[in-house]
Design a binder for this molecule. Structure first.
Ligand SMILES: [Zn+2]
Length: 415
């Protein structure tokens, strides 16, 4: 199996089957999920995703022929808002009015940003998803051509009634700044998008812009405060009854804990390396399966909180205006030649110190003058990255490493 076939997909976040909450509310499982609410006057769809949108339309039509009245985007990410076209096509085919699209007002700004940074977003998502590293040409589109912008936007909260049900929409900031979660009081059901992802929240993602831990915690606490009977998450299985409180509040607790620790350590004068070293997650939280670090992880969250409050200076004045890493490596190789560095990296590999071995072999790769030694160092690095990926539980990290291993091996073979 090739490296890129070994890429990790987000298994824990993709439920295996559709689930029904009440006779009129169900979830179509996917990456991410879609919530469907059927009323006598029309259907309300919360989120849509390219892999499952057509199946959602089929699931609706298997139950009712009333129009699809409203589509709500919980936020503007591709797995929640990029596949509206099948619903519009259904309306056209049936002679119904086009469904209205409701979202927070910042979804529009997000779509505009995706227009501006199409190539970059495709590039980082290829790496994050373990699909390869091919450099973008600079003119790729990220938004699908048939993207549907919201018709109605709101700021803090809004509500509407349809077919005897109330739909309360609340803005929250968390994975994105444009988040909406939906509360249907008559059914005590919350449809929350990525406010709940079933595993550790993805704050401080290595590629993505700022995300918001405290506000995410507040959003989860507000959901828990409604005492839902059912919760349809953006990813993962539906939640029911008492577990909703436990999972929402545990997740909020983890986010608040990491936030407070980073703030405390910043105030003690620690720089990022020491903060990463010193924040320890309490065992009662670390052991929870719904906080498993398979998507987000505490290390990323620490970076996310740090970036929010601090600049990029790492505390070492030598590194304020650093020399090029290749120039530094060339000097190291003058002191300890490339063969010695490669030999030492292999020794570390045998001792199980894979991460340290990677750092050492990087000096040989960047500092070696001749192609044969560079090639040997590159091949060793690919092997180390493979080993590191195999031992890594975080899917984003293992995908970055597998893509890196593939790229490194190709670079070696081109020499
Ligand atoms: Zn999502």
């Amino acid at each position: 199996m090739s490296r890129l076939e070994r890429r990790t997909v987000f298994g824990a976040m993709t439920p295996l089957r559709d689930e029904e909450c009440t006779p009129d509310i169900f979830m179509v499982a996917g990456f991410g999920n879609t919530g469907v609410v059927i009323t006598e006057e029309g259907v309300v769809v919360v989120d849509n995703t390219p892999m499952t949108s057509s199946r959602v339309v089929e699931a609706i039509r298997a139950r009712t022929q009333v129009p699809i009245h409203t589509i709500i985007y919980t936020h503007g990410h591709g797995d929640h808002a990029f596949a509206t076209a099948p619903f519009v096509a259904d309306a056209k085919e049936k002679g119904h009015a086009k469904p209205r699209i409701i979202a927070h007002k910042l979804v529009t700004k997000r779509f505009d940003r995706y227009q501006k940074l199409g190539s970059y977003n495709r590039y980082i998502n290829r790496i994050q998803g373990g699909r390869g590293y091919a450099r973008p040409k600079g003119d790729e589109q990220f938004l699908p051509a048939d993207i549907v912008y919201p018709d109605i936007t709101y700021s803090d909260a809004m509500q509407f009634k349809l077919g005897g049900l109330t739909f309360e929409l609340y803005h929250y900031i968390g994975e994105t700044d444009d988040g909406t979660w939906v509360w249907i009081p008559e059914r005590k059901t919350a449809i929350v998008g990525d406010l709940m992802v079933g595993v550790c929240p993805n704050i401080g993602n290595p590629f993505k812009l700022q995300r918001y831990e405290l506000e995410w915690a507040e959003g989860l606490e507000m959901v828990a405060g409604k005492n839902p009977n059912f919760l349809i998450p953006g990813h993962g299985r539906t939640l029911q009854g008492e577990e909703i409180q436990e999972i929402c509040l545990d997740t909020a607790k983890l986010l608040r804990y990491i936030h407070d620790e980073v703030v405390r350590l910043l105030n003690e004068g620690c720089w990022i390396e020491e903060i990463l070293e010193r924040v320890k997650i309490p065992e009662d939280l670390a052991s929870k399966r719904w906080l498993a670090p398979v998507y987000g992880c505490p290390t990323y969250i620490i970076h996310g909180v740090h970036r929010r409050y601090a600049g990029w200076y790492n505390g070492n004045p030598s590194e304020l205006f650093p020399s090029k890493s290749a120039d530094i490596a060339a000097e190291i190789v003058k002191v300890s030649d490339a063969d010695s560095l490669i030999g030492h990296a292999k020794k570390l590999q045998q001792e199980g110190e894979i991460q340290l071995a990677l750092h050492v072999v990087d000096f040989a790769i960047k500092g070696a003058k001749d192609a044969a030694r560079r090639k040997a160092a590159l091949l060793l690095k690919a092997e180390l990255l493979d080993a590191r990926a195999a031992a890594e539980v975080n899917t984003i990290a293992s995908n970055i490493m597998l893509v890196g291993a593939e790229e490194t091996e190709q670079e070696a073979n081109a020499l």
